[in-house]
Design a protein around this ligand. Sequence first.
Ligand code: UFG
Length: 336
Amino acid sequence: MGAKRMRVLVTGGAGYIGSVVAEELLQAGHQVVVFDNLSRGHREAVPKNAELIVGELADRNHLDQVFRLRVIDAVMHFAALIEAGESMKAPEDFFRNNTANALTLLEAMLAAKVKLFVFSSTAALFGNPERTPIEEDDPLRPTNAYGESKLLVERMLAWFHQIHGLRYASLRYFNAAGASRPDQGEAHQPETHLIPRILEVALGRTEHVNIFGTDYPTPDGTCVRDYIHVSDLARAHLLALHALEDARENSRPLIYNLGNGQGFSVRQVVEVARKVTAHPIPVIESPRRAGDPAVLIASSEKIRRDLGWQPNFPDLKTIVESAWQWHRIQPDGYRT
Ligand code: UFG
């Protein structure tokens, strides 16, 4: 099943999740072409055996050339702006980068007759969910422009499937975290995500971590999230790709939530990091960040059932330990 050797175009393959998936694809025997503008990604994060093309997704001519010069069997689309907080300051950047660029990519794929697509989607689609854990068919009502920019892509994909026969998977990540190896990890600039921000304090780079909001309707007043190890996320991409490849022409889209089904509050994450790092990690209670839903916890039963996915690292301590190893060994990320 899914044994065919494929050549996969990985947009955003120089980024945190894309680079880990690129590595896994290579290990599974596939060929990888990374397409990245390196605005957020890192050349050093691209696996050595992958081809790297530096380019802009908005550049349709360049994309056409990429597809013309190689036989591409599938596209995995990671390239995007990801900071929900930023999207509430400059939504236009998110609709341009995440929505408009996805459309250009899909048009280029159609022209090149590439039919398999794996989309990097997000829990931010759900906004403030009505129930927990969240299932795939629950209402999609993003509370930030980031989530909306990705929801619009999911909507386009449904029409491309119906009208053009595109076979796609949309993987809705909850909070990706951890490192796949001590030399491959999260290196955003600037860093806004909770776990790396906490670890910057443990490294002595900043003095405290801000807790954004302590008056949420949650047990300790801080936001609750479902943290998932990046390697577990990566494996889901391979399972999805192989399932798409095996599927019949008119098979239904594969839409899956990806999390561990367990929520941790911001304070609980800080507590786990204190244990892992043996650092006191001072916190400052700060106002809410715009657009943050109170609780996001996934039900991943569907992907477990359909594709046999199972997390290898569901434990938050293990996730934080792997991130801590990476940040301690490479405190400057990929910068040398
Ligand atoms: N937080 C803090 N202090 C910080 C950073 C974050 O209190 O310094 C809080 C946030 O307010 C939020 C929680 O920690 O409540 C997690 O925040 P992150 O920024 O780490 O992650 P988000 O939940 O905002 O968003 C992440 C990804 C998105 C993805 C989303 C899905 O950035 O791409 O998870 O849940 F869509």
